[in-house]
Design a binder for this molecule. Structure first.
Ligand code: ZN
Length: 70
């Protein structure tokens, strides 16, 4: 059980996961959206990234900047 609490006026934190969203191993990507941007984490290969989030017609798009591959 995760119990994190961040008190920021007007800030909204949302967590969601993208099945197969990891571009490294194809595992499920957990994405956390916070006031300072989005953070993604793959529990399979432990890849951390800060993708760009964009709201499109089909929902939220996650865009990984190029050049992050190790
Ligand atoms: Zn992965």
């Amino acid at each position: 059980m995760r119990a994190e609490r961040h008190e920021h006026a007007g800030a909204e934190t949302r967590d969601f996961s993208i099945p197969g969203g990891c571009i490294l191993c194809g595992g499920d990507l957990e994405v956390r959206m916070g006031p300072s941007g989005a953070c993604s984490f793959c529990s399979a290969c432990r890849w951390l990234s800060r993708p760009h989030m964009r709201r499109g017609d089909e929902g939220v798009e996650v865009i990984h900047p190029a050049g992050l591959l190790a």
